[in-house]
Design a protein around this ligand. Sequence first.
Ligand SMILES: [Zn+2]
Length: 262
Amino acid sequence: MKTIRGLFLSTLLLAACGETNQTEEVDPQTPLSGDFEFVEGDPVVKKALKAEILENDWLIHGKDTLVSVDHFNKNIWWELKYASEDNFMHRVLYDTLKKPYVQIDIARRLAKSQEYLTGRDSGYHLLVYDALRPLSVQWEMWNALDTIPAFERGKFVSNPRNGSVHNYGAAVDLTICQSNKKPLDMGAEYDDIRKIAYPSLESEFLKSGEITQQQIANRKLLRRTLKSQGFSNIPTEWWHFNAFPRPVVKSKYQIVTRELGE
Ligand SMILES: [Zn+2]
């Protein structure tokens, strides 16, 4: 049977070292203490897992350990757009997912990216809008854009049939903000599906005057920051970065098919 484990920090360290974790009975009265094993389909266990996701900085999914994007560096800030109505669908898409999670090795690279950024300007913070995105939510987004033909739609939302790198906790959507939480001007908002959001067309929009040198400089700073730790960007979204190429992601991590704790 498929299982999901929730463990606490002491055992997280063991897990990171590759040691076997011990499990014990779930006590529904105290779901947030000790080690325990979750079995999908058990309502008591689901409740406990839900509580854990809401409260904790990390989670275990199969063989993978995922942590909050700020786990190793609290100068990384986040604002999970799909857990609010402030997104392109104008409704809450994440029910139990309240923090942006990534694979633990990727969180270390994000922490170093933030160090790079702090070195450029100590008042700058990475501001993460999305990270782990369950496949079930990917389908909701895909279906919501059904007025766009499927071959075009892939430019805005990854086709769920192929799986998005977000579904593995290996992609981040993010910008840079100042200490006052004001994001830098990138010339297009997050999730803007217009071509002005395309990194590949920046020089054309600069020529037409629709984007400024400063806006491009801000995007370049974001790209340099993430590329310093091996992240790569895509041609159609200034905010999206993959930690590894898709085939590597698929061989390295497990896909998260549905929202944990639902
Ligand atoms: Zn993305």
